[in-house]
Design a protein around this ligand. Structure first.
Ligand code: PBG
Length: 334
């Protein structure tokens, strides 16, 4: 660390903060629309626009409405959307078999977006929880999520999404060995340029509550996901997870949740220097919305400060439900 030999009053850090133009010159980090990934929720049907109570401003959309919403995001300059399907109960079963159906909602959504809005990237969620009748991310036996059996299902799921045109498959399940298995299957299946974004350091978190309302798994889930998602107490373990996923062929890695885990983002970035994404998750978004609805926070300012904090911590891109809001704010301010 450089140490200053000068002291007050020769040194006055406030000199650099007097004017707007000096502050702009001194800024070490900048948030741009290029840093944003917008998570969206798809439902079947037509003209469906279903608000999610715990996530004001976020809606489940049928494909006829989702595609124009994605086109609007593209027009704002957002480079990528993260796609999540919401299935009715009669499409769910204990094995989550619908995940591997090449004509499932997810694949139809990917094809519709790629047809109408080909110049935006799609990051497809790979995990069984939207498809299982128990809400877990894998196949359960005697209360335990089976690893290899689940990985087999995830490979099939990743392949059908890649075949539908998904640009980045993103396993969010935390099974061991799934990145290598998916990478081999993509290479073998003629999809060598399909990227894998590994949810590498994904913690068993209380901040996923509103997402589980959005995908309607919260009511189904018994217990928690602590036998596969990481313990919030751990930091070295995140580096181990990231190292494994990179070795198995991940193109970018993710840390999730975001705000309470900025230290993990910094460690991952410093250690590996690979593309690193962060997920500003549903509960974090809900906190900003709830506080601002009470007049306790200014949503716009708090959102931009939050996202800049991710940049400062070292992320290359942030998944945030506020992506469209942030893109509009950044455009107004430029
Ligand atoms: C599950 C999944 C979760 C989220 C994304 N994928 C929740 C969970 O692990 O139960 C959460 C995202 C959010 O909270 O915004 N595969």
């Amino acid at each position: 660390m450089p140490t200053s030999t000068q002291s007050f009053p020769r040194t006055r850090p406030r000199r650099n903060r007097v004017d707007g133009w000096t502050r702009r010159l001194m800024a070490e980090n900048r948030l741009s629309v290029d840093d944003l990934i917008w998570p969206v929720f798809a439902v079947d049907g037509e003209n469906q626009r279903q608000p999610i109570a715990s996530m004001p401003g976020v809606e489940r959309l049928s494909l006829d409405l989702l595609v124009p919403a994605v086109a609007q995001a593209r027009d704002l300059g957002i480079p990528c959307v993260a796609l999540f399907p919401v299935l009715p109960l009669d499409r769910k079963d204990p094995e989550g078999r619908e995940a591997g159906n090449p004509d499932n909602l997810m694949c139809r959504a990917i094809r519709a977006i790629k047809r109408e809005v080909p110049d935006i990237g799609i990051l497809g969620d790979v995990a069984l929880d939207p498809y299982t009748s128990h809400g877990h991310d894998g196949i359960v036996k005697d209360g335990y999520v089976l690893n290899e059996e689940t990985v087999e299902a995830l490979v099939r799921q990743a392949l059908v999404q890649a075949e539908a045109g998904c640009d980045i498959v993103a396993p969010s399940d935390m099974m061991d060995g799934r990145i290598g298995a998916i990478r081999d299957a993509l290479e073998g299946g003629g999809h060598s340029l399909t990227c894998i974004c590994a949810y590498a350091a994904k913690y068993a978190s209380a901040f996923y509550g509103p997402f589980r309302e959005a995908v309607q798994t919260g009511g189904l889930l018994k217990g928690d996901k602590k036998t596969y998602q990481m313990d919030a107490a751990n930091s070295d373990e995140a580096l181990r997870e990231v190292a494994l996923d990179i070795a198995e062929g991940a193109d970018m890695v993710m840390v999730k949740p975001g705000m309470p885990y900025l230290d993990i983002i910094r460690r991952v970035k410093d250690e590996f220097r690979v593309p690193t994404f962060a997920y500003h998750v549903s509960g974090e978004y809900a906190m900003l919305r709830a506080a601002s609805a009470n007049g306790w926070l200014n949503y716009d300012a708090a959102l931009l400060e939050t996202l800049l904090g991710f940049k400062r911590a070292g992320t290359d891109a942030v998944l945030t439900y506020g992506a469209v809001d942030a893109a509009k704010l950044l455009r107004e301010r430029s």
